[in-house]
Design a protein around this ligand. Sequence first.
Ligand code: UD1
Length: 437
Amino acid sequence: MQTLDKYVINGGVALHGEVEISGAKNAAVAIIPAALLVEGVCRIENIPQISDADTLLSILAELGAKVSFVNQSTIEIDCTEARYQDAPYELMRKIRASYYLIGSMLGRFGSAKTTMPGGCNFGVRPIDQHIKGMTALGAEVNIKNGFVYADALDGRLHGTRIYLDKVSVGATMNIMIAAVLASGRTIIENAAREPHIVDLANFLNSMGADVRGAGTDTIKVNGVEKLHGGSYTIIPDQIEAGTYMVAAAATGGEVLIKNVIPKHLECISAKLRETGTIVQEYEDSVLVKGASTLRRANLKTMPYPGFPTDMQPQMGVLMCLANGTSVINEGIYDNRFKYVNELRKMGAEIQVDGRIAVVEGGRRLTGALVQACDLRAGAAMVIAGMCAAGRTEIEDINYIERGYENLVGKLQALGADIQVIREPEPTEYNEKIVAII
Ligand code: UD1
């Protein structure tokens, strides 16, 4: 649901200080649905406080899971009493990661009925590879009227060999989830290798699964009869860390980014160094010092360990500021340059042709009223606003809050002049006003 909430930023302040990175969104949004496979209590630590995680916890609760917060970032999920029912559609439609319910419900119950996933719109985002995987595991899958119906033909999935036609994060993880309780061995070839894939495998293994090879392009899942409860800590968020790295570089500040795995950030660190930014790696932190003059750099997004598409819009802002012309080649999605129109309102000069953007750098951005077109585009607008002269207002911030824990609080602690303006909860009276607007 769109809200009228917005961020207001007065730009021109260089970020300084320390920031603590939260748990990885894209690991959490797979691990929470995967908890449905477990009969027992899963204690999960380092859960990010973001709306996508809340939505998935609500979906599990609707399916009969007991969910309790031990503290802000630790939850216990007990799906022992969960029973098959249609997944709650309104919640499912909100997020992309609801597709993991297809795998977890099929694995646990042998059936799933879900909506087609929602989430950020980067052009067509098919789920054919997920369906190919589930079908190969012995499910009949049909899509009708916006719903996905999946049923294991003889009540349980069976291990098999699956070659993904495309390197897909979601399909790799979904098939892993579905295969854990299948009979026999599943081999996923041409698998994605992102850190959150390894994290999901580690979570599943800590609950009694037998998943091998995660982090390589061939993953083997030996099916087990049952998973048991256990305790697991989610890895830090690569993209949240990268966003603060770029924010520090773009504002010309100096920020120590704590609770990270520097190895996961190497592709981002290397690109930032090309622009003249100093990046120093420590055991579980990185220090980023902005350069007095930023240099241009070309960029191509690719599956891990390549440069992540989820960092492309943030880097696009940095390139507007860097001296010279930079070329961005979007290697994953057809339509991930919608944020360029918003940046143009701030004085950016960027030409887009299909998956290529040519950025004329050396621009002084100026504050404007802009939209967060999606989660990472929204983060890019926040960075642009902090670098721009004057006041920037960012609308549609609900996208940003899907994936960044306490973004405003963390940036304020680094010295940024950013406020969130929340519309009052609708009463009968102001509901009418909203309707008139
Ligand atoms: C996940 C991330 C998202 C990130 C993306 C790429 C989550 C919840 N989201 O999205 O933040 O941007 O990985 O790192 O983890 N494709 C198909 N058929 C499919 C599946 C994908 O053609 O069945 C295509 C997609 O359209 C895209 C490419 O494959 O062009 C990669 O998509 P994928 O890795 O699956 O992304 P998501 O899992 O949706």
